[in-house]
Design a protein around this ligand. Structure first.
Ligand SMILES: Cc1cc2nc3c(=O)[nH]c(=O)nc-3n(C[C@H](O)[C@H](O)[C@H](O)COP(=O)(O)OP(=O)(O)OC[C@H]3O[C@@H](n4cnc5c(N)ncnc54)[C@H](O)[C@@H]3O)c2cc1C
Length: 399
């Protein structure tokens, strides 16, 4: 019996979860394509930046992960440049591959708005591991240089985070918490770090539960993070940030967490896209007009029964992946497809060392207990991937 050739593009939260489910069927031959050789756990980037974790702890090797399955999953590190849906071919920077079924799970990328002068040149994004690593190293070196140069006084280190969404808030809180501990644990004389969140909305965490917003706001203030609402960054220079209200702020580092846009591949594809450029899918997560093709995770937009957008998160991406895998199996077995009823299962916001706030299945938690919950979710996720990776490693190194 010929095997079902399934190509998954993108080894992020959605892609890997789909593979875990599809690989259970030995008649599925699965190929994962990703431009990077690793899976980046973006949800833990705040810990990476604040030196709580190193890059090995926030990434998983995709070669060994795929080797960990029973011979029916392979990985190629290749950048997908186009897809010929009619002839069922994936085109990469080095090759062309045929498929029977395809899953697009290429995520999104930081949107460096070209109207903001100097934004791309002078700010750091954190959605890509190499960018987050670059920032982390520069930040630590700057802390050291301040201490090294200090006499009886020292200049403040000014960090500006543009974007008051989940990633901006988590990073601000973690950096503030880390630096407070960093300075006090060594009794340094030089201990001035200013962290400012510039947020275009009326309050941080737009679209998030009101109680969680209030708690987060309060916690950030306790950590001495300054929040500037109703303002936008209009220009960035090497050492300053100019806001829409005309204020000029001195800046040593700026992290840009102000928005995302579709991945570059989506611009090449001849598929229906919504007004923001994300792939339009039907209720079964299929790409209409093309047979056996699906899009899941941040590269598409899904809606609830009231036609409101369901916020793109890792949790939602994984739920989409599970449904997509079921629907591919249903197509193979000539069964009816299942419509999605996906909704967010909860929200966990890390707000510095030992502190988080959360709403899980309608219940609120804050402080250390919420922090333990957040860590447990992260550890469980990483452990599952690590188990496959270890298995793959053993096969390769025969140890
Ligand atoms: C700082 C930060 C904090 C976050 N915190 C949370 C959180 O606490 N909870 C939560 O639920 N969500 C959180 N999110 C959101 C979450 O990370 C995303 O929703 C999730 O990563 C989406 O998964 P995905 O699989 O769609 O895309 P991704 O995880 O982005 O994966 C996409 C993959 O596709 C690959 N790819 C892209 N283009 C190509 C190409 N042309 N060819 C080959 N491969 C390609 C990429 O290399 C990548 O591996 C956070 C995001 C950020 C940035």
């Amino acid at each position: 019996m010929p095997k079902n050739k399934i190509i998954v593009i993108g080894g992020g939260y959605a892609g890997l979860r789909a593979i875990e489910h599809l690989a259970k069927n030995p008649h599925n031959d699965i190929m994962l394509l990703d431009k990077n050789p690793y899976h980046f756990m973006q949800t833990e980037v705040y810990d990476l930046i604040a030196n709580e974790e190193d890059f090995a702890q926030v990434s998983v090797d995709l070669f060994t992960f795929c080797m960990g399955f029973d011979e029916n999953v392979v990985f190629y590190k290749q950048d997908v440049t186009n897809i010929d849906f009619k002839n069922k071919k994936v085109i990469t920077d080095v090759n062309r591959f045929n498929y029977d079924y395809i899953i697009l799970a290429v995520g999104s990328r930081t949107k460096f708005n070209s109207n903001v002068i100097g934004l791309r040149k002078y700010s750091y994004g954190i959605k890509a591991l190499h960018r987050a690593m670059y920032f982390k190293q520069k930040f630590e070196m700057s802390l050291f240089k301040r201490v090294d140069a200090s006499g009886t006084t020292c200049n403040a280190l000014n960090i500006i985070i543009a974007g008051g969404g989940l990633s901006g808030v988590e990073i601000a809180a973690q950096m503030a918490s880390f630096s407070l501990d960093f300075y006090s644990s060594n009794n340094f004389l030089c201990r001035k770090l200013n962290i400012v969140i510039v947020n275009s909305g009326e309050h941080i965490l737009k679209g998030v539960d009101e109680k969680l917003v209030k708690k987060s706001d309060q916690r950030l203030k306790e950590l001495e993070v300054i929040i500037k609402n109703n303002r936008k960054v209009v220009e960035v220079t090497k050492s300053s940030v100019i806001l829409s209200c005309g204020e000029v702020m001195q800046m040593d580092f700026m992290i840009y967490a102000g928005g995302v846009e579709p991945n570059h591949l989506l611009y090449e594809l001849n598929v229906d896209k919504n007004e923001k450029g994300y792939i339009v899918t039907n209720k079964f997560l299929e790409i209409p007009d093309y047979e056996n093709s699906f899009a899941i995770g941040d590269c598409t937009t899904i809606y609830n029964k009231d036609n409101e957008i369901i916020s793109p998160t890792a949790d939602v991406a994984e739920q989409m992946a599970e449904l997509c895998a079921k629907n591919i199996n249903n197509l193979i077995n000539k069964k009816q497809l299942i419509a999605h009823k996906i909704k967010s299962r909860g929200m966990l916001i890390a707000l510095g060392r030992g502190y988080a706030v959360s709403k899980i299945f309608g219940m609120y938690f804050s402080g250390y207990i919420a922090f333990i919950m957040k860590k447990a979710v992260e550890r469980l996720y990483a452990k599952k991937l690590d188990t496959h990776s270890r298995k793959g490693c053993k096969k390769i190194f025969k140890d």
